[in-house]
Write a protein that binds this ligand. Structure first.
Ligand code: HEC
Length: 404
C-alpha cells in the first residue's frame, strides 16, 4: 500500500513537472577536469542537477516494416534523467533510462539498445530551430549515436554485423579462447560510436575525419534495470562552435533493441535548452523552450479536427488514411510551439524530410523543382494569429502516455 501511495505521489510530480519542459542546468567544473572523458559512474556527476526529460515515440513517418509500425503505435513515452557538466573547453551529458532487458546486436535480425544526442549548430533565433528528426535544409544538426555492442568479434574486421560472434558462442577453450580474445581486441568493433552532420534524414553524413571531438559510453545497471549513457564533446571544433553560448538546444533519443530497435521503437525528445549556469546570453532560448503555449487547446481541438484530420492522424480515434501526411499523434512530444506555428503558417519553411515515396504513395507530401527546392503540398489553411495559437496549444497535447 505504501509503495502504491508513493508511486502515485511520484507520478503526479512527474506529470506536473512536464507541463512545460524545464531547462537542463549544466554545472560548471574546473578546467582540469575533462568532461568528455567522464564515465557515467563518476562521482562528479553528483554536482549537476538532474532534469527529467520526456521522450516520445517518433511516429511522424511510417516505415516499410509493418511490425515496427505496430510496435511504435503501441509504444509509450519514457522519462529519462539528464545531467550536464561543462568547463571552458568541453560539455558532457549523462542520461539514465529504464530498460528491462539489455539488448545487443548479435546477428542481422537483432538490434541493440542505444542512444543519441542531437545538437543544433545554429540557434541565434530560438524560433527557427532545425526539424527535430535529423535537421532540415539550412538548419544543420550534429547527431551523436552510440549502440551497445559489447565485445563481439567480426572475423573479417570489416564491421559486418551479420558475421559477429559472441564469446559464449565460440566453442573455444584454453589456447583457442586466448586467440579468440586477441582477435576481439585486434579486430572487434565493440561498440558503435559515430557522429553525423545532417540537414534532413537523407543528407546524414558521417564525420569520419576526427574533426568532431566527442566520446560516448554506455553502461547497464543490472540491479536497477537501467542504462546510463554519457556523451562529451569539445565546445568548439570545425563543425560547430558553442563556446560563446550561454545556452544551447539539445535533444535526446533512445532505442530499445528488444523492440525492433533500429527501425522500431525510437523515443525522441523535443529541443531542450541547456543552461550553462555561469554564462550569460541566450536567455531568449531558455524562455522560448520552456514557455507554455499561449492559445486555448479546447478551441484549437475543434478547429484542427475539422480542418486537418482529413490528411493528418491526430490520435487513434481521429485517424486519416495511411500515409496521407505526417502522423501527428506524438507531435506535441517532440515539437516546440514555434515549430508548429511555422508548420501551419508556412508549410514549406520546413518540409518533413526524407519520407519514403513508395510507402507514402497516397498523396505527395511535397514537390521538388529543377533546382531541388521542395514545396509542401500542405495548403496554408490558417492565417489568424489567435486561431493558430489555439491550434498549437492543442497540437502540443498530442503525445503518448508516459510509461510509469
Ligand atoms: C491536404 C492535406 C493536408 C491538410 C488538410 C493539412 N496538412 Fe499538415 N501536412 C501535410 C503534408 C503533406 C505535410 C508534410 C510536408 C510538410 O512538412 O509540409 C504536412 C505537415 C504538417 C506538419 C509538420 C509535421 C511534422 O511531423 O513535423 C504539421 C504540424 C501540420 N502539417 C499541421 C497541420 C494542421 C494544424 C492542419 C490544419 C490547419 C494541417 N496540417 C492540414 C498535409 C496536410
Amino acid at each position: 500500500m505504501r509503495t502504491i501511495i508513493k508511486s502515485i505521489i511520484a507520478t503526479s510530480f512527474v506529470v506536473s513537472a512536464l507541463c512545460a519542459q524545464d531547462s537542463i542546468v549544466a554545472a560548471k567544473v574546473g578546467n582540469n577536469v575533462k568532461p568528455a572523458m567522464l564515465k557515467s559512474t563518476d562521482a562528479l556527476w553528483d554536482k549537476a542537477k538532474v532534469a527529467e526529460v520526456a521522450l516520445y515515440p517518433q511516429t511522424a513517418v511510417k516505415m516499410n516494416d509493418k511490425n515496427a509500425n505496430v510496435a511504435n503505435a503501441n509504444s509509450k513515452g519514457k522519462i529519462v534523467k539528464v545531467s550536464a557538466l561543462y568547463n571552458d573547453k568541453c560539455i558532457a551529458f549523462k542520461i539514465v533510462w529504464a530498460d528491462g532487458t539489455q539488448s545487443v546486436q548479435s546477428g542481422s535480425d537483432s538490434y541493440s539498445d542505444g542512444f543519441a544526442v542531437q545538437m543544433a549548430t545554429k540557434f541565434n533565433d530560438p524560433k527557427i530551430l532545425p526539424y527535430i528528426g535529423m535537421g532540415s535544409e539550412g538548419r544543420p544538426v550534429l547527431v551523436h549515436i552510440y549502440k551497445n555492442g559489447l565485445s563481439s568479434y567480426e572475423p573479417n574486421g570489416n564491421k559486418n554485423v551479420e558475421l559477429q560472434i559472441n564469446r559464449d558462442n565460440t566453442n573455444a577453450f584454453g589456447k583457442d579462447l586466448a586467440i579468440y580474445d586477441k582477435n576481439v581486441t585486434d579486430a572487434a568493433n565493440p561498440n558503435y560510436m559515430r557522429s553525423f552532420i545532417s540537414e534532413g534524414f537523407r543528407s546524414m553524413t558521417e564525420i569520419k575525419d576526427g574533426s568532431n571531438r566527442f566520446r560516448m559510453d554506455m553502461a547497464y545497471n543490472e540491479g536497477k534495470k537501467s542504462w546510463s549513457g554519457t556523451m562529451g564533446k569539445h565546445l568548439k571544433d570545425e563543425n560547430a562552435d558553442f563556446s560563446g553560448a550561454g545556452a544551447l538546444p539539445v535533444a535526446f533519443a533512445v532505442w530499445n533493441g528488444g523492440k525492433l530497435g533500429r527501425d522500431g521503437v525510437k523515443l525522441l525528445s523535443g529541443w531542450i535548452a541547456v543552461d550553462l549556469s555561469d554564462k550569460k546570453g541566450n536567455e531568449a532560448l531558455i524562455d522560448e523552450l520552456s514557455a507554455k503555449p499561449k492559445g486555448n487547446a479546447e478551441a484549437g481541438k475543434a478547429n484542427v479536427e475539422a480542418m486537418c484530420a482529413s490528411c493528418h492522424t491526430l490520435n487513434a480515434q481521429k485517424a486519416a488514411p495511411a500515409f496521407m501526411a505526417p502522423d501527428l499523434s506524438n507531435i506535441g512530444g517532440y515539437s516546440t510551439p514555434a515549430y508548429l506555428a511555422e508548420s501551419i503558417l508556412a508549410p514549406s519553411a520546413v518540409v518533413v524530410p526524407g519520407y519514403n515515396r513508395n510507402a507514402h504513395k497516397n498523396f505527395e507530401w511535397y514537390t521538388v523543382d529543377t533546382k531541388g527546392v521542395r514545396t509542401s503540398t500542405m495548403p496554408p489553411m490558417m492565417t489568424d494569429e489567435a486561431m493558430v495559437n489555439d491550434a498549437v496549444a492543442y497540437l502540443m497535447t498530442l503525445k503518448a502516455e508516459v510509461e510509469k
